[in-house]
Design a protein around this ligand. Structure first.
Ligand SMILES: C[S@@+](CC[C@H](N)C(=O)[O-])C[C@H]1O[C@@H](n2cnc3c(N)ncnc32)[C@H](O)[C@@H]1O
Length: 243
């Protein structure tokens, strides 16, 4: 089963619609569940991804599949008062929570908008870097998403992808598998919709390998691809530069 196909049994074919409706249903609990299920580690993983994406002070940067915008706010710290961050996502209820955060602490430098990563509404060569956090596994066409991210970044700009993957460590792999299959959906069921977190496990298992993601980034016109594993390889960051 490929990542683009991973979904529960009642899934009928349009992954984009399925994913959009699923995130709309859990939007109000999304931030809480992220912290509970990752033991708050998701914050450190995003910060590491921002460091590797290496935005400079004053840069204009894009975070796609931004959800409630946490990655966008980490980027904001790096671009400083002269910079600007756009966060885009196709799920309006997730973006609406991100907009509330932008109003409260975006200093007028974070724009949150509803947009499809597979058809980004920005001209080519607009941004100094583009990031995606825990989003690429959810898009209906991973190659097209990388193509779009590469298109809107200027030559020399970076594209960074932070995503769950299957752990490389043979001891850790079954432990993570047990946690994702049995513990995570039960905790999620108490606080949110269990089904969304069963999809999380299925989509991680079916997702592309590190090597396949590297190849897709190259095909999208990115070079100098670097990889960093976190959490004993259950989380992986890919960063490439537009050629
Ligand atoms: C797991 S959330 C990640 C949110 C955020 N980036 C984070 O780090 O917490 C995945 C997000 O991808 C979004 N998404 C999936 N496919 C998309 C697409 N084609 N275009 C825009 N957003 C998409 C979903 O709406 C959801 O908000």
């Amino acid at each position: 089963m490929r990542a683009e196909q991973a979904a529960p049994s009642h899934y009928t074919g349009d992954k984009s619609e399925y994913v959009r409706a699923m995130f709309a249903g859990i939007a109000h609990r999304y931030d809480l569940l992220n912290s509970v299920l990752s033991f708050t580690r998701h914050k450190a993983w995003r910060r590491t991804a921002v460091r590797l994406a290496a935005p400079n002070l004053g840069d204009t940067v894009l975070d796609v599949c931004t959800g409630t915008g946490d990655f966008a706010f980490d980027l904001l710290r790096s671009v400083g008062p002269g910079g600007y961050v756009v966060g885009s996502d196709f799920c309006a209820p997730m973006v609406s929570i991100g907009k509330q955060k932008a109003d409260a602490r975006g200093h007028g430098q974070v724009g949150m908008m509803v947009a499809d990563t597979l058809r980004l509404p920005y001209p080519a060569n607009t941004f100094d870097c583009a990031t995606v956090g825990f989003g690429i596994r959810n898009v209906a066409d991973v190659q097209q998403a990388f193509r779009e991210m590469a298109r809107v970044v200027r030559p020399g700009g970076r594209v960074a992808c932070l995503e769950f993957n299957r752990p490389t460590n043979p001891v850790w792999r079954p432990v993570v598998g047990l946690y994702e299959r049995h513990v995570l959906p039960r905790i999620a069921g108490l606080l949110s919709r269990k089904e969304a977190y069963e999809y999380l496990q299925a989509s991680i298992q079916a997702f592309h390998s590190r090597e396949e993601l590297t190849e897709m980034m190259k095909l999208a016109g990115l070079g100098n691809i670097r990889l960093k594993d976190l959490n004993l390889g259950s989380v992986c960051i890919h960063v490439g530069s537009k050629l």
